[in-house]
Design a protein around this ligand. Sequence first.
Ligand SMILES: [Zn+2]
Ligand SMILES: [Zn+2]
Length: 328
Amino acid sequence: MNLLFKRVNNNKYNLIVQTMGSFVVSLDAELAWGYHRYSDDPSERIGSGRDGWFHLIDLFDQYQIPATWAVVGHLFHTACGGHHPDHPVPEGWFENDPGGTESRNGDWFGNEVIEAVRTADVDHEIGCHSYSHVVFGAPETRSETAAAELRACKQLAKQQDIKLNSFTFPRNEVGHLDILADHDFVAYRSPNPPGWFEQTPLSKPAKLVNMLTRFRRAPLMTPTIKREGLVAIPASLHLFTFEGAVRRVASPVASQPVVDIAKKTIDAATRKDGVFHLWFHPHAVSTQANVDRVRSILSYARERSDSIDFRTMGEIARERLTAESGEQ
Ligand SMILES: [Zn+2]
Ligand SMILES: [Zn+2]
């Protein structure tokens, strides 16, 4: 919300309450860790993943828009032995971890790229995406494992004077919220509301593209307090959800709807309260087409910066919690 004085005549002004929303970008910054349980060679899946991080850092600097980088904790290491015997995960969990150093196995270590995020011109938030991509919402994930994942991240971040406040769940499967709250997190990204087009099966690309072109925009979300001191910020849109489907149909036409939807959602946020919460993986931004896609959205948002707030997840949560304490 903005308060503006509008001049009515020479010496009279009216106070106008201008409603406007926020634009939040959250990133699951995981490199190989997003795939270590599902692929023999995660490096193949992510391509030039680290390049994507650097492209994004430049884009955010260029348009002066901050993001929440939810980093996999293992990426804070500069080296490891490839085994983590004290970490309470199922046997074989780290079998794809090659160990070594960041300079040799840069898809598994990220100290240098995290440092580049921290020293960027724009003030980003470093958040958390678990330590080793354990799926918190899976029924077999024990409390002990979830707690150990968070504890390891907090310790590694603290060594670099980073306090982790925001969390994104591996595979977006929400679980163990009590443990998240116990570890002083204030924000997490919750999934899109049911019924929104992300539920569409990706196996039918033509139908999907038809659906996309019909949608005017993604929803603006309302942050909600889920536990004492812990705020859910639902996702509005995943920028690269349709990659596989889009590639199989005529791509210049097919990829455009996602950008159009993002721009229309930014327009909505310039007129209404609510959060346009866009998310994706930094490693996806390693091709020119994807760099251009992100650029067109960020530049569109920057042009409207008088009418939209740029926020991190942590800032949104703190504003929500402050508003709540004021209401009581
Ligand atoms: Zn390791
Ligand atoms: Zn992930």
